[in-house]
Ligand binder design. Sequence first.
Ligand code: THU
Length: 143
Amino acid sequence: MSDVKTGSEIDWEALTRAASEARDQAYAPYSRFRVGAALQCADGRVFTGVNVENASYGLCLCAERSAVAAAVTAGARDFEALVVIAPGSEATSPCGMCRQVLHEFAPELPIQARGAEGGLLVTSAGELLPHAFRAEDLAERRD
Ligand code: THU
């Protein structure tokens, strides 16, 4: 039997609550677009992240990559599910940079992107980033 949990085995409600609570801590004075993310790990731990902006706009860090950094820092790399929640009544789906970072650890990662006032996109890392650049590509094609 596979250790990978299917979307239906995930406590999406709890993960959504965690992402939503985290969102309150977002540092987004420039965009005023606060984002929270919650990453379920295989060992049962949930890591949250928020967007962290900067007066030098290009340095802004997205909530999804904050959550990945928190998990990896704590020794968790086996990701089972992600919820990301952003303002509005439509789902905000992860940016291209976050898609690549999520794909690195969990190409099949089930993802729910939610609007804080409703709206849901049910997807996965693989669906968001088809034909991703992978570690194998590097290993197989070095000069
Ligand atoms: N942002 C995220 O944190 N995650 C997303 O999926 C989309 C965008 C942040 C980056 C920036 O702080 C703000 O939202 C506006 O782009």
